[in-house]
Design a protein around this ligand. Structure first.
Ligand code: MOS
Length: 739
């Protein structure tokens, strides 16, 4: 099904199942520990051996030699493979930079240099410490601030390789110089890590020249393609299964060393091998969100109209890697006739920087939305009103390109009303509650709605049950549930009559889970498959497909009504199709919006910040399932509190690594850090996004949150901290006197 014109009314609009709260169909498996994760797939293949990854202990240089004799002689060891045994793997074309294994060159700390395979995990681990690696160390660049002045401008990876580097409209320099009210500030965000619960893990087994990998991957077909390229075998010889995933946040978008090493190790060992990246290895071996240095310049008239917006975002990555596109939100968010927005990219020899939840928007809004708060204060205008004043209904670069749906103003007004924004003190540092300085802050969020082709298959069984198959993944988001709801709505049965099977590359290729495109596009692919199945059912029962109605387990047309199961009584019926998208995302900007509000208390003695309550108002098209959608948003809000107050990888600029490379050292919010959270969804189905009229939900919940918390801290204390995270030592000495 090619989606090229805005959707008219269709069976989803009945909203008998879709759009209603439903608990997770995979919930019982999750809470009983019976949803098998990759490392626990003990039953899929016999005789599994354990691999333990040896990571490089230098950040840059070459390996002169590796001595594996002692490791090979250790108890239980099956085999040891080293990076010197393989030629450097081809660079995977799928937005991936670091070479995962092969060759003598070390490009970053904890790059995999060997895999020890043994009978047990403990034997593999013990032997791994006997592998001796001689390095020739080379100097590297590890300090973004030091490299920033010479960083060259870079194309925005989201615009395509041929795009202009500079997003320029009007005459920024002249307009900024002439602006009656100006802001010129620099904000920094740190390197962050995904810190998902389930580590990267894979089991690989060869059958002749075919390999099966049971793994934890957000994008099954990308993993399959990347494995084929890297192993230099045809794609049809690779099977990937990833049915349950314990979090990803972007860390599992691309092939990582666990899957490759499991495949290579299994080949060398002549038996199946399982590999997890040990937790202390993940942060330097895997990908991270790059730190940013962002200069924002805003010019405005005294009545609060922005006349000039300038945003330069500097980040670093391995040579050949992509920048963190912190400018992404600024391109589209606010009207201003004069604009200059661009990226700079420094070459650094830290591990690979790559996508993490709301890549670009999340760190970009941390800067932009703090700048907007500062500018509102300079202008003496309420921060909510300042944003309303500068709303735009079209792409600021092209007035001919409207937003498909944009209800940011409604988000802002609804949120202000609901949160009690009018009670906020305009004077910062003025509200006390015992030892606490109390403040309110807000920020706005935007994140693109991306469209990806997605296919699915649905089968009506003779007993009337439906089985859905697609290589879509559920990374903890609720994909199983919304797919079951979609099939149930389309075929007129209860959710319980639908079985959803996901994450197998043998199934039709889906959109996968990334960029918050999964929910809207994977359900649309299933919608297309259901249309095909409805046609097959109608044909089998002798109905005209166009006027047959599917409801209550029956197919009805005129005064004839037949049980759905009848259609399959002589054998299953299958519908298979996919959705592809035309140019509705070129003609219209498709995006999701949020207004984020936070109230914090800052301890006037210690500077410690405690979030007291939070509210998000979200405009993301039709909400397919309010329960799972809310979970996505409160998860994003929680992550935003982490970004505002605690999350940061500490860079060792001498040795070139992230020092706090485990969950003990990398702080994320825990339950005790998170207060009352509330989410309001606006109901604006988007007929230009898909037949589901839904949009992305997985990332908008994070967008703007950190700035809302930061702005609340400022409102509480009167001390502006522009370098995230806002840990207590950054404003402790500047707090108002307590006595
Ligand atoms: Mo997302 S950063 O595309 O998993």
């Amino acid at each position: 099904m090619d989606f090229t014109t805005p959707s008219g009314r269709n069976p989803i609009d009945q909203l008998i199942v879709v759009g209603r709260p439903a608990t997770r169909v995979d919930g019982p498996l999750k809470v009983t520990g019976t949803a098998p994760y990759a490392y626990e797939r003990h039953e899929v293949v016999a005789n599994q051996a354990y691999g333990y990854v040896v990571g490089a202990t230098i950040a840059k240089g070459r390996i002169a030699r590796i001595d594996t004799a002692a490791a090979k002689a250790a108890p239980g060891v099956v085999t040891v493979i080293t990076t010197l045994d393989y030629k450097a793997a081809e660079k995977n074309p799928l937005r991936q930079t670091a070479k995962l294994f092969g060759g003598a060159e070390v490009a970053h700390y904890h790059q995999a240099v060997a895999l020890v395979v043994a009978q047990t995990f403990e034997e593999a681990r013990a032997a791994a410490f006997l592998v001796k690696v001689d390095y020739e160390t080379a100097p590297g660049k590890f300090d973004l601030a030091a490299e920033a002045p010479d960083a060259p401008p870079s194309v925005d990876p989201n615009e395509g390789e041929d795009a202009e580097v500079y997003d320029r409209v009007g005459d920024f320099d002249a307009a900024f110089a002439a602006a009656p009210v100006k802001l010129d500030e620099t904000y920094t965000t740190p390197d962050e890590t995904h810190a998902m619960m389930e580590p990267h893990a894979s089991i690989a087994a060869w059958d002749g020249d075919r390999v099966t990998v049971w793994t934890s991957q957000q994008m099954v077909h990308w993993a399959k393609a990347a494995l084929a390229t890297t192993l230099d075998i045809p794609e049809e010889k690779v099977r990937v299964e990833s049915p349950y995933i314990g979090g990803g946040f972007g860390s599992k978008l691309y092939l990582r060393a666990d899957a490759l090493l499991a495949a290579l190790g299994a080949k060398a060992a002549g038996r199946p091998v399982k590999v997890t990246l040990q937790r202390p290895l993940i942060i330097n071996n895997g990908t991270h969100r790059a730190a940013t240095i962002q200069r924002i310049r805003l010019g405005a008239t005294p009545d609060g109209r922005l006349t000039a917006i300038g945003h330069v975002n500097i980040s670093g990555n391995l040579p050949g890697g992509m920048p963190e596109a912190g400018i992404a939100p600024t391109k589209l968010f606010y009207a201003a006739p004069n604009r200059e927005i661009y990226l700079k990219l420094a070459a650094l020899d830290l591990g690979e920087a790559n996508d993490m939840r709301a890549p670009g928007e999340a760190p970009g809004l941390m800067a932009l939305e703090m700048a907007m708060d500062e500018m509102a204060e300079k202008l003496g205008i309420d921060p909510v009103e300042f944003r309303v004043l500068n709303d735009t209904q079209a792409d600021p670069r092209n007035p001919q390109r409207p937003f498909s749906e944009r209800h940011l103003v409604e988000c802002l007004r609804t949120g202000a009303e609901h949160f009690g924004w009018s009670k906020r003190s305009k004077t910062p540092g003025a509200v006390r509650d015992g030892k606490w300085l109390v403040g309110m802050g807000m920020a706005a969020g935007i994140r693109l709605n991306l469209l990806m082709p997605s296919a699915a298959r649905i089968r009506l069984e003779p007993d009337g049950r439906l089985t859905v198959e697609t290589d879509m993944t559920d990374i903890g988001t609720g994909a199983y549930t919304i797919l079951a709801q979609t099939a149930a709505e389309m075929m007129g049965v209860p959710i319980g009559a639908v079985t959803v099977k996901l994450g197998d590359s043998a199934f039709p290729q889906s959109a996968g889970s990334g960029g918050q495109w999964g929910a809207n596009t994977s359900t649309s692919g299933l919608y297309a498959a259901c249309v095909k199945l409805r046609e097959a059912v109608a044909a089998r029962l002798g109905f005209n497909a166009a006027d047959a109605e599917f409801a209550d387990g029956k197919v009805t047309s005129g005064n004839r009504s037949i049980a759905l199961a009848e259609a399959a009584k002589n054998g299953p019926l299958t519908g298979e199709d996919g959705i592809t998208f035309g140019d509705l995302d070129k003609k219209y900007v498709q995006a999701t919006f949020a207004a984020q509000f936070a109230e914090v208390g800052v301890n006037s003695f210690t500077g410690e910040t405690r979030v007291r309550r939070m509210l998000a108002v979200v405009d993301a098209g039709r909400v397919l399932n309010p329960t799972t959608a809310r979970s996505q948003v409160i998860g994003g809000m929680t992550m935003g509190v982490g970004a505002a107050l605690m999350e940061a990888l500490a860079v060792d600029t001498r040795h070139g690594c992230f020092v706090n490379h485990d969950l003990g050292g990398y702080e994320v919010p825990v339950h005790a850090d998170i207060p009352h959270q509330e989410v309001i969804f606006l109901d604006h189905p988007d007929v230009k996004s898909s037949p589901m009229k839904a949009k992305g939900i997985g990332e908008i919940g994070l967008c703007g949150v950190a700035a809302a918390v930061a702005n609340a801290v400022y409102n509480a204390t009167g001390v502006r901290v522009r370098n995230y995270p806002i840990t207590l030592e950054k404003h402790f000495t500047a707090l108002p006197r307590t006595a």
